[in-house]
Design a binder for this molecule. Sequence first.
Ligand code: FPP
Length: 228
Amino acid sequence: MNQNNLPKHISIIMDGNGRWAKIRGLKRTDGHKKGANKVREITEHCAKIGIKYLTLYAFSTENWSRPKLEVDFLIKLLNKYLKEEIKTLQKNNIKFRVIGDMSKFSKKLQETINQTIEQTKSNTGLTQILALNYGSQDEILRAMQKMKDNNLEISKENLEQNLDTQDVPYVDMMIRTSGEMRLSNFLLWQCAYAEFFFTQTLWPDFSDQELELMIDQYQNRERRFGGI
Ligand code: FPP
């Protein structure tokens, strides 16, 4: 891995928790628990190697259609993760941020999210962005509505300033685990020039080593941004 040519922004579709659990005869929720630990591990590693932005797809606008028990579990897990995470974030100088429509979550969860943002706002290392109740089409529509409400003209700059990812650079590397090769409504606008990486590895089995191998590959790809 070349320290001079690191991707600035990595995003990950963390897929395969359910399958990971099933193979082991465990409950799907056990897979999510393991997945949450992996979030911590990979986030710390990204901070350590000098990545500036890491965006993780934790809960999509479509995930509400899962069985209520699983949805409730995921939300509880998120609450628990945030409460326990603050120490890790501070220790590693990580700034916390979210994208998505938070208004659907309980007041209590919104409060925990806002506290975490507030407590880490002066950190200057990695920015960890959790996508929660996030869907890219929903984000673009909300941005367009805001532009309309503020009488802003239609321009790339105005749209980008009204996306949830305001002031975050475009995605350099998009990773999806578990063998699926889809974007599933994640960062459609922001992935305009992203390099894509797909692995069969299920999210709970993903590792710092595999991430570094992908970064090696990224550094060997030629990015032309439409030029020659
Ligand atoms: C995909 O596995 C995983 C998700 C629904 C979202 C990711 C959630 C986590 C990593 C855990 C919670 C995260 C935080 C930040 C606390 P899947 O259920 O779709 O797996 P499957 O395709 O094998 O069924």
